[in-house]
Design a protein around this ligand. Structure first.
Ligand code: COA
Length: 373
């Protein structure tokens, strides 16, 4: 079996952006009204007062300045505090498939491939908007791809885990050329009434074409030297939204059904795990950390990325070594490391080595070590 090449990457960015200031103004107006409306119960200790959010805190604590939203309408409306998406009929393209197709088309162009070249489609992301039929199969039909497709959910590590599936499938011969797509439509799962998490996420879609070296004919190819995944159970990042709510008689949209986390614990526990994972993965390939040309790291928090690279390098990584895209994209779940790759790969020279690494809920950590061809 020959080498496996990442031959193209695509990034689709929703046209709507929301700044920290816009988000904080809306949340604070909502919180003020809540506190006024519930003043008596708050005074009696029956309800907790809603604390105020701050744009300065958000930027300092996370590195985020703004985020994109697939649909902005409704998010800043204090009578709604969630996006308003138009429903789509069964015979219309779903929202998430639309995002996925937009990113996939860009990846196909970059890879110099057409739909006829693809034989496997993986849609891998943190949430899918329905259980079945798979979004991947809908995308497959929309693009006119033969072969097979399936969806995967691995929270923030969905992209790297999906790429590992593609890598293994191509090596095993069950696929020749795969499209791995991450349509991260997170905004419907954000609790915009929760000060601790209302600022964290943004929507985006990324896609990667991976193929056998024998068919590779694009401008920028990266040989996958190795892919590695690990999971370790944790309750510190959860979303309990489920079809089961219908029969447990719980409120299907209660706070615990939306994204929630113990951010401090996640920070403390995941940073050393991710650093160790990267170190072990490189060691297994006899590659020294200092010889890495680029780190395309998961984008959850700038301080996390700085800590991980400092732990491994013994110094701060430069923006050229470990680019950050959080400022304008925020945390885009699994797409973050792929956005970094999409925006920062063309300058690498032949034989330069880089690592894509994601980490997040599960906990889950995934990495791919790449060599520029
Ligand atoms: C979420 C995160 C940015 C919060 O930053 P932090 O430095 O840990 O902040 P803390 O949660 O410790 O909060 C510090 C204080 O700021 C407050 N605070 C939280 N959100 C705030 C906001 N939007 N505005 C103002 N203050 C806020 C907290 O309530 C806390 O107040 P206290 O000290 O009086 O209790 C950070 O923990 C993080 O990114 N963790 C990793 C999360 C992650 O990667 N998750 C994966 C998602 S898939």
């Amino acid at each position: 079996m020959g080498n496996v090449i990442i031959s193209g990457v695509g990034l689709w960015v929703p046209p709507n952006s929301i700044s920290n200031e816009e988000l904080v103004n809306s949340y604070n107006a909502w919180a003020q009204r809540y506190n006024q409306d519930n003043a008596e119960q708050i005074a009696a200790g029956a309800l907790e007062e809603k604390p105020y959010s701050s744009a300065e805190f958000i930027e300092k604590a996370s590195g985020i300045k703004s985020r994109h939203a697939y649909v902005k309408d409704g998010i800043l409306d204090i009578d709604r505090m969630r996006p308003k998406l138009a429903p789509r009929a069964d015979d219309e393209l779903s929202h998430q498939a639309q995002m996925a197709v937009a990113a996939a088309k860009k990846a196909l162009i970059a890879a110099n491939k057409t739909a006829a070249d693809i034989d496997m489609v993986i849609v891998s992301c943190a949430y899918t908007e329905r259980s079945y039929p798979a979004i991947a199969i809908e995308v497959q039909a929309e693009l006119g791809i033969q072969g097979f497709g399936f969806d995967m959910l691995v929270a923030c590590s969905a992209a790297t885990f999906g790429l590992q599936r593609a890598h293994d499938s191509i090596k095993a011969g069950s696929a020749r050329c795969a499209l791995v797509i991450n349509p991260e439509l997170i905004s419907p799962q954000i609790n915009y009434m929760d000060r601790d998490s209302h600022f964290i996420f943004g929507d985006v879609a990324t896609a990667i074409v991976m193929e056998q070296e024998s068919t590779w004919n694009s401008a920028h190819g990266f040989e996958v030297l190795s892919s590695r995944c690990v999971t370790s159970y944790s309750n510190n990042i959860r979303s309990n939204f489920s079809y089961v709510s219908r029969v447990t008689d719980e409120d299907p949209f209660a706070n615990d059904k939306l994204f929630h986390q113990n951010g401090r614990k996640v920070f403390k526990e995941v940073c050393p795990m991710a650093a160790q994972h990267i170190e072990d993965h490189l060691a297994a390939l006899d590659i020294s950390v200092s010889s890495l040309r680029r780190w395309w790291l998961h984008q959850a928090n700038i301080n996390m990325n700085l800590l991980i690279s400092k732990r491994l390098l013994g110094r701060d990584a430069t923006a050229d070594e470990a680019p950050i895209v959080l400022d304008t994209f925020a945390n885009t779940a699994s797409a973050g490391s792929i956005i970094a790759f999409a925006q920062h790969h063309e300058d690498l020279e032949r034989d330069d080595i880089g690592v894509i690494c994601s980490f997040g809920a599960g906990y889950s950590i995934g990495s791919l070590v790449l060599r520029k061809r």
